[in-house]
Design a binder for this molecule. Structure first.
Ligand SMILES: Cc1cc2nc3c(=O)[nH]c(=O)nc-3n(C[C@H](O)[C@H](O)[C@H](O)COP(=O)(O)O)c2cc1C
Length: 260
């Protein structure tokens, strides 16, 4: 394999998938690198990555699968026997079938998996007083991500042809029910009207009325909590019983799982 440059490709509403991918990419910091962030962007026409590019594809886990909008955004990213590192970032509960799903989708789109990893990121529903994997990926996770990148690089340099390898997860993938529409709650008294929430929303579901009221369209909200976490004054919250449940049941620290 002759890699001349790397490209991080991500969908990452609360930035944890992006941070993990950036740490993995450090293993190739002697080569040119760029980032294709699809969080708030749908490519209008397909791009095809050549096989001298290493793709580092990092997406969040929603309900044990790849976040659906990440798959939609990835549809226009094609490979041409392009090596890829696959990363699923999850909120310390479980990643179930997300990594095998990512493998299958990217393989169909022309990529050749080189390595895969499940990493832990602060849960989208984590909040002050009820933390879930708060602050992750932390320095230890990022060091592991970089070491994983170095190991993947060694593998890429030592094998002539990439062949399938074990990745944890099941096919058929777990079934996910239809989500119930819900949107974050806005507290007028805490809002400064800065508009950060509007710009952070991957589905453009948030708008501000002429009176300064912030409204979110529940039917298109994907509950990613980008708006909640980007609000500088905490004026948005996402109320779900999952927060307390995950805080109670998923507090034991999980560690990254790596497949090469
Ligand atoms: C709708 C939704 C479903 C989620 N499902 C899971 C899950 O099944 N398992 C898990 O551990 N974390 C789950 N999470 C948490 C995210 O995977 C986690 O916070 C991830 O780090 C978010 O990535 P991002 O920062 O790149 O957006 C879910 C989050 C959301 C918003």
């Amino acid at each position: 394999m002759n890699i001349t440059h790397t490209r991080v490709i991500t969908f990452s509403p609360t930035h944890t998938s992006l941070r993990v991918a950036t740490a993995v990419a450090r293993a190739w910091q002697d080569l040119p690198n760029d980032i294709l962030d699809l969080t708030c962007r749908q490519l209008k026409s397909p791009i095809r990555l050549a096989n001298d590019c290493l793709a580092i594809v990092s997406v969040p886990v929603y309900a044990g699968r790849v976040a659906p909008l990440a798959l939609t955004r990835l549809k226009n990213v094609l490979g041409d026997a392009t090596p890829a590192i696959l990363i699923a970032t999850y909120g310390n509960r479980d990643y179930e079938d997300a990594l095998v799903e990512l493998r299958d989708v990217l393989t169909t789109q022309g990529f050749l998996p080189l390595a895969a990893g499940a990493f832990i990121g602060e849960h989208s529903y984590s909040r002050p007083g009820m933390p879930i994997a708060e602050g992750r990926p932390d320095a230890e996770d990022c060091a592991k991500a970089e070491a994983f990148g170095r190991e993947a690089r060694r593998k890429g340099e030592s094998v002539g042809t990439l062949t399938p390898f074990f990745i944890k997860g099941n096919v058929p993938y777990r079934t996910v029910g239809t989500p119930t529409p819900q949107a974050p709650v806005w507290q007028e008294d805490d809002c400064t009207g800065c508009g950060t929430c509007i710009n952070s929303c991957p589905t453009m579901s948030i708008r501000m009325t002429d009176d300064g009221e912030v409204l979110t369209e529940p039917s298109t909200c994907i509950k990613c909590c980008a708006c909640v976490k980007s609000c500088p004054t905490g004026a948005l919250t996402f109320d779900t019983p999952y927060t307390a449940m995950l805080h109670a049941k998923c507090s034991a620290r999980r560690e990254p799982e790596l497949f090469l």
